[in-house]
Design a protein around this ligand. Structure first.
Ligand code: NAD
Ligand code: GDD
Length: 326
């Protein structure tokens, strides 16, 4: 890693990192993608980027990753959907090493701007107990009662960014992403989130002719899902902006999981018998994003309709399922 680069994307082999790197490259920026996974496992590999395999939980690797970089997007984390974060709390919390060493290294290197990807999982569990949940405002993260494991790591790390800004004048931007979906994401293997999982299950039903699917929970729990293009727009807008407080980047289109399944079935043109798995990981009962702050700061909020984003996502997941079956 000897070249000067405009931007480092930490976690560049992941879902959001792969899309972000593509977008930055398309804008003419030089990009260094760094990820711990071997390159054949990266969701996207951009030949025009500098692509580095390194474990950023180690300080010397973090230092090398940010060397001669203008800006850093810190997206690296050991994470996944509810099936992963509910059963791998220690692994999720170990990402604190990556978050800490990347922040320290970027500050030492004099990086001009640092972006940290936090999560809606920082929000207090007691405010997410009903399906008809009141959308979460940024202040709802305190008093702290985040998602066990993963949420505590995110809350701690976003707070550490805040203190680097306050104590050292280091420019940090913090997004609290709400569930992000789109093509070229994780769709199988245990880390997939509900949108990709439902696409996979419906695609398997179409291809197998067995029109039955399993749904975790009773299907009446609620979420909002943000399409990747909105995520990329919001992320770069926040990075360019002047606010250093954590800001929601999420859709406010609240749906039940049953409604998510309805949308995918409609796209696929089938109806499935639904089997509800009440002992599967479910997380909070309801979660939605209050977008007052991002509207106030930027006059913008995520707006791509779920049905539109899911159409593109289903087409991509269907292709993956078909290829895996052949
Ligand atoms: P992802 O799992 O696809 O990407 C994260 C990447 O980080 C992976 O490729 C992983 O290999 C890499 N990584 C993990 N530990 C590393 C280490 N020690 N060194 C180097 N690389 C390492 O996840 P994503 O969906 O692209 O999410 C990106 C970021 O956004 C994460 O920090 C995640 O917690 C956050 N986030 C995502 C969502 C979502 O719905 N996708 C929601 C909230 C927050
Ligand atoms: N993953 C998954 N797979 N979830 C399913 C499935 C399935 O087959 N069927 C139903 N669900 C339900 C889950 O039980 C949960 O109640 C809901 O769909 C949403 O699950 P996920 O998409 O896995 O996660 P989440 O929304 O609870 O949390 C995600 O979003 C956070 C940000 O808002 C996670 O990805 C977190 O890591 C992320 O920070």
């Amino acid at each position: 890693m000897t070249n000067q680069v405009d931007v480092v994307v930490a976690g560049g082999g992941g879902f959001i990192g792969g899309h972000l790197a593509a977008d930055l490259l398309a804008q003419g920026m030089s990009v260094r993608c760094v990820d711990v996974k071997p390159q054949h496992e990266w969701h996207q590999l951009h030949p025009e980027a500098e692509n580095v395999v390194a474990d950023l939980s180690l300080l010397e690797n973090a230092r090398a990753a940010v060397r001669d970089a203008g800006q850093v997007y810190m997206l690296a984390a050991d994470m996944g959907g509810m099936g992963f974060i509910e059963n791998h709390k220690a692994a999720c919390m170990m990402s604190v090493l990556t978050s800490t060493h990347m922040l320290k290294a970027a500050h030492e290197a004099g990086v001009e701007r640092y972006f940290y990807s936090s999560s809606a999982c920082v929000y207090a569990a007691g405010k997410q107990t009903a399906s008809n949940v009141t959308a979460l405002k940024e202040e709802d993260a305190y008093p702290a009662q985040p998602e066990d494991g993963y949420g505590w790591e995110k809350l701690f790390s976003e707070r550490m960014c805040r203190h680097f800004e306050e104590d050292y004048g280091f420019t940090c931007r913090i997004a609290r992403y709400h569930n992000v979906y789109g093509p070229a994401g994780t769709w199988t293997g245990g880390r997939e989130k509900a949108p990709a999982a439902v696409c996979r299950k419906v695609a398997e039903a179409v291809l197998s002719g067995a029109h039955r699917i399993d749904i975790w929970g009773d299907g009446r729990q609620t979420r909002s899902f943000m399409y990747i293009d909105d995520c990329l727009h919001g992320t770069q807008m926040l990075m360019r902006g002047t606010s250093s407080v954590p800001v929601n980047i999420g859709s406010s289109e609240l749906v039940t999981i049953n409604q998510l399944v309805d949308i995918v079935e409609e796209i696929a043109g089938i109806r499935c018998e639904r089997k509800y798995q009440l002992d599967a990981p479910q997380g909070v009962r309801g979660r939605n994003s209050d977008n007052s702050l991002i509207r106030e700061l930027h006059g913008w909020e995520p707006s791509i309709p779920l049905a539109e984003g899911m159409e593109k996502t289903y087409a991509w997941v269907y292709d993956q399922v078909k290829r895996a079956r052949s």
